[in-house]
Design a protein. Structure first.
Length: 336
């Protein structure tokens, strides 16, 4: 079968031939991939190719699909089930895993490889979907689970003023879910993300602020002289963090979801002290995040989020997808 892989010979990706995976352990399931969302990390690998220790790596971890085979000891999943799956696994033995924080496990490993036709994964990381959930919406599950993990760490009360900086998928999901908690939410982005801001406003009815046209500090201060109760950073940017510290009220909270890609940002740490800002990092997801996501799917409050998928590409057109994401022509692209 064909697969999109990061390779030493590629540019930096290429379509390669690989053997179809088969179940080798009695606790595994084999999933036929419906579609895979292009992650920001995959785009980062495209723009700044990493040094590989082996010839090729099949990436892709934001997927939905259908089970086509199950191991002999799998009892709660069946052939034909429509499913989603976690993108990483903990050791299941350490203090973090035992407390449900598999995302913090020192031996955490990725479960990726969905830029192809089939994937085999341990059944314990697979979740069955209700019939009414579209597989396109379900392809957004992994980043949604990451946002749910961040929101679980962040106290938001009805009526709170919440600012989300960064109008990519994580920022839009954060804004949408924070609004479900009853908060007044404003999504901030620049003119370079004009199309993304328009989608957020026109398709999801989110409040947006273009920081190239509006003085964000002044705008937020007019909404509340104290500032925002909570600010989320969804871009992994030094400028975002320092802006957030200006926008958040004294005693407020800041939660960072973005990754800084090995850079060392110059952060105004003094404002954390003088404003007593509660700073929280949120990485990946926990099993509980997926359980909560399934409940949200069943309540159908997330169905509009499928609208952020701006293009669907056959896997042979992967380069067009990555180039359009690079140019911010797309908000969310899915490879099929």
């Amino acid at each position: 079968m064909k697969a999109l892989a990061l390779t030493k010979a590629g540019d930096p990706f290429e379509i390669i031939d690989v053997e179809e995976p088969e179940i080798r352990k009695d606790d595994q399931v084999k999933i036929k991939i419906h579609g895979t969302g292009v992650c920001g990390g995959d785009l980062s690998d495209y723009l700044n190719p990493p040094v590989l220790k082996k010839e090729s790596i099949i990436l892709g971890h934001e997927y939905s699909g259908e089970i086509v085979a199950v191991g002999s000891k799998v009892n709660d999943l069946n052939v034909g089930d429509r499913v989603i799956a976690e993108s990483s696994a903990g050791c299941e033995k350490c203090i973090y895993c035992r407390d449900g924080y598999t995302n913090l496990c020192l031996d955490r490993k990725g479960i990726s490889g969905s830029y192809t036709d089939y994937i085999v994964v341990p059944a314990r990381y697979v979740y069955k979907l209700a019939e009414q959930i579209s597989l396109d919406l379900a392809a957004l599950s992994e980043p949604l689970a990451c946002v749910i993990n961040a929101l679980e760490k962040t106290k938001i009360r009805p009526g709170d003023l919440v600012v989300v900086i960064g109008p990519g998928p994580l920022g839009i999901f954060t804004s949408y879910l924070a609004r479900l908690k009853g908060a007044r939410v404003f999504l901030v982005g620049r003119s370079s993300s004009k199309k993304r801001l328009e989608i957020a406003k026109d398709k999801l009815n989110l409040n947006i602020i273009n920081s190239d046209k509006i003085n964000v500090k002044k705008y937020i201060s007019e909404l509340s002289k104290y500032g925002a109760e909570t600010v989320f950073g969804c871009a992994g940017s030094e400028q975002v963090v320092n802006l957030a510290f200006d926008l958040v009220k004294r005693g407020g909270s800041y939660t960072e979801l973005g990754l800084f890609n090995a850079s060392s940002p110059n952060i105004n740490f003094e404002k954390i002290v003088t404003k007593e800002i509660k700073v929280t990092g949120a990485v990946s997801h926990r099993p509980d995040s997926w359980d909560r996501l399934l409940k949200l799917y069943q309540s159908e409050v997330l169905k509009d989020l499928e609208k952020i998928i701006t293009n669907k590409y056959p896997i042979k057109d992967w380069k067009t997808a990555f180039e359009n994401l690079k140019a911010r022509e797309d908000l969310k692209a899915v490879l099929y």
